[in-house]
Design a protein around this ligand. Structure first.
Ligand SMILES: NC(=O)c1ccc[n+]([C@@H]2O[C@H](COP(=O)([O-])OP(=O)(O)OC[C@H]3O[C@@H](n4cnc5c(N)ncnc54)[C@H](OP(=O)(O)O)[C@@H]3O)[C@@H](O)[C@H]2O)c1
Length: 243
């Protein structure tokens, strides 16, 4: 029997961890990466062999690890690629790093993780995704479209670029039967939310932050046949924060 394979960046915690757990519980083989070793709370079968320890800031290392990933896959079809890992650097008070405080080196690091890594991974996996009629989901952000009190301009522009890239990839990869969509979370309870963020609840009609599991279940649905004609779009998961 063919196994359903999902590859997900940033699986060690937050939305990535909840998503890995959801797919694993649904019987998928889950291949992850993060800077840390496989997290103790990740109970999946093969979690040691199916986890890549990598810092996505280092694109040369990513290109090497992509070869290791291909060796592990041995040409197998890949049903889903979730470009989830991201960084959102803050200032020393854990607040927004403004335009005038962001040096170009940091800007480059943010783009390496948040924008160029998804390009490298997605390109390398086209044949595997094609043979599964697979799906790519890019995790963007509410900050792609509006100034955010905590997400600085390097993060926001990297996510806006990823949102545009989603449209371009959807157009170009349809010929291979690969669908490409994005999800844009609002305020989700992970390490990206700081204790300074609590007052943002007032901006959310539902009156609470979202849970990583609520994002994971949308991602799972988007990888199912129910979404077979959804392509090139971004789904917002923010409790109505942008209404
Ligand atoms: N939480 C929110 O409110 C929110 C809002 C909008 C958008 N998002 C987006 O949702 C996605 C997940 O966010 P999250 O809140 O779950 O974040 P998180 O809790 O900070 O988790 C980020 C994940 O990415 C990995 N990662 C970070 N930098 C990495 C690097 N250089 N190389 C490899 N892996 C790296 C982390 O693992 P290691 O630290 O082990 O490397 C971790 O597994 C991101 O794309 C984020 O921009 C989140």
């Amino acid at each position: 029997m063919n196994e359903n394979i999902i590859i997900l960046t940033g699986g060690s915690r937050g939305i990535g961890h909840a998503t890995s757990k959801k797919f694993w519980e649904e019987g998928w083989r889950v291949i992850t990466c993060s800077r840390t070793e496989v997290a103790p709370q990740c109970p999946w079968e093969k979690n040691k062999t199916d986890h890549f320890q990598i810092d996505l800031e280092d694109l040369d290392d990513l290109r090497k690890k992509v070869k290791d990933l291909q060796a592990l896959l041995k040409g197998k079809p890949v049903k889903a690629l979730i470009n989830n890992a991201a960084i959102s650097p803050k200032n020393e008070k854990n607040n927004r790093l403004n335009f005038d405080e962001t040096d170009l080196n940091l800007w480059q690091k943010v783009f390496n993780v948040n924008f160029f890594s998804p390009i490298i991974l997605s390109k390398s996996l086209i044949p595997n995704l094609q043979s599964a009629n697979g799906v790519i989901i890019n995790i963007t952000s509410i900050a792609s479209d509006m100034v955010h009190e905590f997400a600085g301009p390097a993060y926001a522009t990297s996510k806006a670029a990823l949102k545009s890239l989603t449209r371009e990839m959807a157009s170009d990869l349809s010929q291979y039967n690969i669908r490409v969509n994005a999800i844009a979370p609002g305020e989700i309870e992970t390490s990206m939310i700081t204790k300074n963020s609590q007052h943002l609840i007032k901006q959310i009609p539902m009156g609470r932050f979202g849970k990583p599991e609520e994002v994971a279940s949308v991602i799972f649905s988007m990888c199912s046949e129910s979404f077979s004609y959804v392509n090139g779009t971004e789904i917002q998961i923010n409790g109505g924060q942008t209404v």
